[in-house]
Design a protein around this ligand. Structure first.
Ligand code: ADP
Length: 190
């Protein structure tokens, strides 16, 4: 039914935000005032596919990993599901490919940019205790190569940004974009 593409620097807090977004969407789907079709909210990630962070160490291992993510995404996208793709998704062309695949299936789409300053990510990456630390070289490389999403291009749009200091996620805006195709301007601006 919909595809949510996550994008952000390594260790920017993407999976943490994904858990919040998933919980929010599940809660809305279970609420009494929801009268739409029955939908599940599923997450596809490097971890689900057992892809180690070290696949990003060089392009020879990164390319097939990206291919595996894309194939799994194509297989899992469906009309009865909101699929959240939690990965770096840092290449513009790759996000474009994901968008085209989703639109081909007539799914609604949105992109969530999980934003944290490089220094914050560096610190969070160094302090990870889940065995998912990116090596220093890979981390710096990914930051350098990162292609920021833009609301000006249709494949990244609608685009929601969540900053590292944000206590709230734009849950309602994401919900409206996915279920109604409506994008409200932030803060009531018109
Ligand atoms: P990513 O999915 O981008 O790699 P994670 O969500 O897995 O990032 O978070 C990376 C590390 O940063 C984890 O150790 C996590 O506990 C920590 N982290 C994430 N968000 C925050 C936050 N808002 N404040 C402090 N630490 C955080």
């Amino acid at each position: 039914m919909a595809l949510v593409t996550i994008s952000g620097y390594p260790s920017a807090g993407k999976s943490t935000r994904v858990a919040q977004i998933q919980a929010y969407l599940q809660q809305r789907l279970a609420a009494d005032d929801y009268a739409g079709p029955k939908l599940s909210v599923e997450v596809l990630s490097d971890d689900v596919l057992n892809l180690e962070r070290s696949v990003y160490n060089d392009s020879r291992s990164e390319k097939p990993a990206r291919g595996a993510l894309f194939t799994a995404m194509q297989r899992q996208m469906s009309t009865d599901k909101i699929l959240i793709v939690d990965s770096l998704n840092y290449i513009k062309g790759f996000r474009y490919q994901m968008y085209c695949a989703a639109r081909e299936m007539k799914l609604r789409v949105c992109t969530v940019h999980v934003v944290a300053a490089p220094d914050v990510c560096r610190e969070w990456n160094a302090n990870r205790k889940d065995g998912r630390t990116y090596s220093t070289e890979t981390f710096e490389n990914l930051i350098m190569r990162y292609e920021e999403p833009s609301s000006m291009v249709r494949w990244d749009s609608p685009l929601f940004s969540i900053l590292w200091l944000d206590t709230e996620i734009p849950g309602e805006q994401i919900w409206d974009a996915l279920t109604k195709g409506v994008v409200k301007p932030p803060n009531g601006a018109s």
